[in-house]
Design a protein around this ligand. Structure first.
Ligand code: GLA
Length: 412
């Protein structure tokens, strides 16, 4: 029984999204666009805060997408409009794009053009109209969806020839990451951009963030009578604030203190934690401005999380999908207690989903707000959502919103 009215975040059909972007373009710039390109938001089954540690992640594409209607320009200028912003036209010369020079959402757009040009590719200005049904600030990577849609548009408009195969898409991913790191100023790790561009419909993407190799893993939960519920807690998260960067810095300092390139190289977590307690390592960490206890907890999360990704991979390969649930819950505990990136809303979402019968659940994305996922039996979707909404209400929290995640198509 549904215990509470809940809000569902529906995805637009690709036709509707394209039509909306084209209409915004026409109304803004007075002519039809050359084309519309789109890229999905990202879900992530498991592997959180492992990407920038050279680890493993298992994301997939959401049906919710960002649409970019675009036309090339010959004067090196970029004009931008977004339905999700104030509808005003922004304008900038590509030549003026540089680290530190651009603020706000347009950085994610012009940053992609800048990064592709830095790679030596020849491209010029463009007009672009953006619209999106990827929930904003929900930890579902609306930013990578925006970058991915623009990257696809530039690839087509300027004949870059990269979107047609995985090797080319990997180069588009690299440009999107540079846009986000260097122009938008968010030191994110690359999982989201790979999810937007390198996934395949019906599959989750096992991405090795050290080798950048990928493996498509069939991910059709409905065939197993299961569903993945995404709970947008409506507690807005931000990656450009200091908390995300601080986690990354601590991991890098811990890797240096342990004498490894990245935490991926740590295989024995107990031995690593013992090493972190030795006087020399303690001194190195303190000199790097790090608290040893905190660094130890961060390391424990990263190393155990990479092992959980491998365990989930094994279970999916063996068709034992329902058994993934407890690993999701273990990941949440680790993210909450060792990595300290959860928040009250995320904990309420996970705890109430499990109390309502979910097989497991965890926060996803960077954390400090955003969304949680819960693995549920297909017939329990409505009931679990209702009970989570009821729990939010009794805690006096803003009502959450929900979607059922189906592994969808990559950028196109
Ligand atoms: C954000 C970042 C990703 C990744 C996750 C945490 O989504 O953009 O690169 O680090 O957080 O797993």
């Amino acid at each position: 029984m549904n215990t509470f009215d809940v809000e569902w975040l529906d995805a637009w059909s690709p036709e509707e999204g394209s039509a909306r972007a084209a209409a915004l373009f026409e109304v803004t710039f007075g002519q039809a666009p050359a084309g519309v390109w789109s890229a999905p938001g990202r879900g992530n089954l498991i592997g959180e805060h492992t990407d920038y540690n050279g680890g493993l992640v298992l994301p997939f594409a959401l049906p919710h997408r960002t649409y970019a209607a675009m036309t090339a320009r010959t004067d090196g200028r970029v004009r931008l409009v977004s339905a999700q912003e104030d509808g005003e036209i922004r304008e900038i010369a590509l030549a003026d794009v540089a680290p530190g020079a651009v603020d706000g959402w347009i950085a994610y757009v012009v940053g992609v053009a800048w990064a592709l040009a830095q790679e030596g590719l020849t491209l010029g200005g463009f007009d672009v109209a953006i619209t999106s049904c990827v929930p904003y600030g929900a930890g579902l990577s609306s930013s990578a969806a925006l970058e991915g849609s623009v990257a696809m548009g530039l690839d087509a408009l300027y004949g870059l020839g990269l979107a047609g195969d995985d090797a080319g898409r990997q180069r588009l991913v690299a440009a999107c990451i540079r846009a986000e790191n260097d122009i938008a100023g968010a030191p994110t790790g690359g999982m989201d951009q790979a999810a937007a561009l390198r996934t395949q419909a019906g599959n989750a993407l096992l991405l090795d963030c050290r080798s950048l190799e990928v493996r498509q893993i069939p991910f059709d939960l409905s065939a197993d009578g299961l569903a993945l519920l995404v709970i947008d807690t409506r507690a807005e998260h931000q990656l450009v604030d200091g908390q995300y960067a601080a986690r990354r810095t601590t991991c890098e300092a811990a890797a240096t203190a342990l004498g490894v390139g990245t935490l991926r190289e740590v295989t024995d977590v107990d031995a690593a934690l013992a090493t972190l307690g030795e006087p020399e390592t303690v001194a190195a960490l303190v000199a790097a401005g790090q608290d040893v206890q905190v660094a130890s907890r961060r390391v424990r999360h990263v190393v155990t999380e990479i092992a959980r990704v491998q365990e989930v991979e094994r279970l999916l390969d063996a068709g034992r999908t329902a058994e993934v649930g407890p690993l999701l819950t273990a990941a949440h505990t680790s993210l909450r207690d060792d990595y300290e990136v959860s928040c009250h809303e995320l904990d309420v979402a996970v705890d109430s989903a499990i109390a309502a019968g979910a097989l497991g659940g965890r926060m996803i994305g960077g954390g400090f707000g955003g969304s949680a996922i819960a693995l549920v039996r297909a017939e329990d979707v409505e009931q679990v959502a209702g009970e989570v909404a009821a729990a939010f209400s009794s805690e006096g929290l803003t009502p959450p919103a929900f979607l059922v995640a189906v592994a969808s198509a990559p950028a196109s």
